[in-house]
Design a protein around this ligand. Structure first.
Ligand code: ADP
Ligand code: MG
Length: 644
């Protein structure tokens, strides 16, 4: 089979699967269905809520470290429908879902606008798109055939029967026939509503079925027909003026009936323009174009805007009526840099990006973004605050520093509503890549690109200064310390033997010191005193000085021998602090080798071999490629191990 034939098969299959039996009947058939499944007549908020929820809901519980460290042990609901695409947004998402849940139960929220408020690039538009996507997955709604607003068939039931109906079916009917269907009922079916045909219609964003979008409008071209439709001038000749057949019900509130109406950057619009929105929420009705009666509207109204527009809007008290109709959910930037990294990864995955990304590159960029978003604290420095917000434990001088994340949060208001956006960083990633001759980006090149971009694009001088400080100082040092640890680890892996022999020697001498005995040389069997100088060269690596050495040596000795007694094996990794000291000690040799290899032109074969071993470990175990490994080693030797 040729490729095209294969694909044609797929098309055939796809079309077949789409052609599910569409319901076709009249009121009697619909009521039969309703009797067994009340959900076919649900209102818009509930339909949407149920659909999102159907994907699953879990709770971050206490066993998750993020729950304890970041959310202070409080439950965090995680909605599966959002979890794979939105990161660091758990709280705003909970609020959105809380709104939908109350609205689904026909609470006051069902008569409110949900406003997402946040800085540019915080994911508001993406979130609304995703919510609209959920609507598209819903089973097709039952609608009056030919109805321009795809209305609920139960609108056929006369008011006088509705109480009875509610008692019989347990379904409360809201809303009345639209003018078009009413006209048809009278003229075509002689008022016999049991004859009105009913069908099913699915939801589609692109097809404008159940989704109406209102972009921000220029005041001069603002026209309510965008919201509520218009009268079709070409038909005005055919029908009398008040005949509903002249109506073109194609405004956002018409097509969004039963689904969602979205207001993009809502407060860029003039107030007059927004009055329809208010009527829609207050009365669940929208005006009809021309002289017709109001038209029932059932839909979720989602709006979004940024803070500047919101503040301007809020400050005018003529807007109070509207404010009263708004449930606001703040959508700040994420302040967890590991979640921010996930956003970059998502965006990179969606692009054609195929270059090498060296380890820590995205982390460094994300750290910068988060630092720029934090408000300063009186308790900790920005970097520490950033780490605490990321759920990390802060260890200082061997002790865990107790800073309560809640205290830090309470110090400030509205954090995450300013600073560097995701898009800003994505642009820097692109720039770093196009500057690269080796088709890769590294923490070093991303930082350069960010510096350049801050200089060019950040207008506010104070911000610019602070951002440059973060990049050129705070993160420079932080990255060096990450790098130092990594290179050390890579080197230690390549030099397992050396580490092991340092460990054995240390243990022998420490034991002799503690027990006041002699050390027996492992090779010559010669007896000698504990080598105080040697012990100290190890201990000083982790800042153990003076009398604290006694405890340290005693602790290690008893720890190791207890392990041995239990028949466990010990090696140089067995005891955390000692392991760290040995690593530090080994680093000295890393410095020497790197310095020699990167600086001198005539590379000594033996040194070169060691250097290659280190590069290889960085590649095999840490995700570097040859170019990026060489670049970071060079960077380390220029910055960490400068000859002083
Ligand atoms: N917390 C987040 N999780 C996942 N993606 C995000 C997040 N914040 C922003 N994004 C992504 O960043 C891009 C810009 O967001 P966008 O929705 O246009 O922002 P806004 O409408 O708030 O200005 C989108 O592609 C979006 O998917
Ligand atoms: Mg947007």
């Amino acid at each position: 089979m040729t490729t095209t034939n294969k694909f044609l098969e797929k098309i055939k299959h796809h079309r077949g699967s789409k052609k599910e039996e569409k319901f076709s009947g009249c009121l009697e058939d619909y009521l039969q269905l309703l009797e067994t499944n009340k959900d076919i007549a649900i209102l818009a908020h509930k339909r949407l809520y149920d659909q999102i929820l159907s994907h699953g809901l879990t709770t971050l519980d206490e066993s998750d470290h993020r729950c304890n460290k970041i959310f202070d042990g409080e439950d965090v609901k995680v909605y599966d429908y959002f979890a794979s695409q939105f990161f660091g947004m758990a709280r705003p998402l909970e609020k959105v879902m809380r709104f939908l849940r109350s609205a689904a139960m026909r609470g006051e929220e069902s008569r409110q606008v949900l406003l997402l408020l946040g800085p540019v690039g915080a994911g508001k538009s993406a979130l609304v798109e995703h919510i609209k996507g959920a609507l598209e997955q819903c089973t097709a709604a039952y609608v009056l055939e030919g109805c321009p607003i795809r209305e609920e068939p139960l609108h056929l039931i006369p008011r006088s029967l509705r109480e009875d109906f509610a008692a019989t079916y347990g379904v409360r009917i809201e809303g009345d026939l639209c003018p078009v269907c009413r006209h048809r009922l009278i003229n075509e079916f002689d008022g016999d509503y049991t004859k009105f045909p009913i069908t099913q219609s699915s939801f589609s964003v692109r097809g404008r079925k159940g989704v109406g979008v209102v972009p921000p409008m220029d005041p001069n071209t603002q026209d309510t027909s965008l919201l509520i439709g218009s009268e079709d001038i070409s038909k005005l000749d055919l029908y009398p003026e008040d005949d509903p057949r002249v109506l073109s019900l194609n405004g956002a509130f018409n097509v969004g009936n039963r689904g969602i109406v979205e207001f993009v950057e809502v407060f860029k619009n003039e107030i007059e323009f927004l009055h329809t929105m208010i009527t829609a929420t207050q009365e669940k009705n929208v005006p009809s174009p021309g002289k017709q009666a109001m038209i029932y509207f059932d839909g979720v109204i989602l709006a979004h805007c940024n803070e500047a527009e919101w503040n301007k809007f809020k400050s005018e008290h003529t807007n109070e009526a509207i404010l009263d109709r708004i449930v606001r959910v703040n959508v700040p930037y994420t302040l967890e840099f590991e979640q921010e990294v996930k956003i970059y990864k998502k965006l990179i995955d969606r692009s054609d990006f195929e270059s090498h990304i060296a380890p820590h590159t995205l982390e460094v960029a994300a750290m910068f973004a988060v630092l720029s978003r934090l408000k300063s604290s009186n308790k900790v420095d920005p970097l520490t605050k950033m780490k605490i917000y990321n759920g990390e434990e802060i260890v200082e001088k061997g002790l865990i520093k107790k800073v309560d994340i809640k205290d830090l949060r309470e110090e400030v208001e509205d954090e995450g509503m300013t600073g560097i956006s995701t898009r800003f960083v994505m642009k820097a990633i692109d720039a770093a890549l196009s500057d690269s001759t080796k088709n890769m980006i590294t923490p070093i090149s991303i930082r350069d690109a960010l510096v350049k971009q801050v200089k060019e694009q950040v207008v506010n001088a104070d911000d610019r200064k602070v951002y440059l400080q973060f990049l050129q100082k705070t993160l420079h040092e932080e990255y060096l310390s990450i790098l130092e640890k990594e290179i050390t680890k890579a080197f230690v892996t390549a030099y397992e033997e050396q580490a092991e022999s340092l460990f054995n020697n240390y243990l022998d001498h420490a034991e002799a010191y503690v027990n006041n005995t002699k050390v027996k040389d492992r090779v010559t069997n010669e007896e000698m005193e504990a080598d105080e100088k040697f012990l100290q060269t190890i201990e000083e690596q982790i800042g153990i000085k003076g009398s604290s050495k006694n405890n340290f040596r005693a602790d290690i000795t008893s720890y190791m021998f207890a392990k041995l007694r239990r028949g466990e094996t010990i090696d140089w990794r067995s005891y955390g602090p000692l392991r760290e000291a040995i690593e530090h000690k080994l680093v000295a040799s890393v410095r020497d080798i790197s310095r020699i290899v990167t600086k001198s032109k005539s590379r000594d074969v033996k040194q070169q071999k060691k250097f290659n071993a280190m590069v290889k470990t960085l590649m095999d175990d840490y995700g570097y490629n040859e170019d990026s490994a060489e670049e970071v080693i060079k960077f380390a030797s220029n910055n960490l191990w400068r000859d002083s």
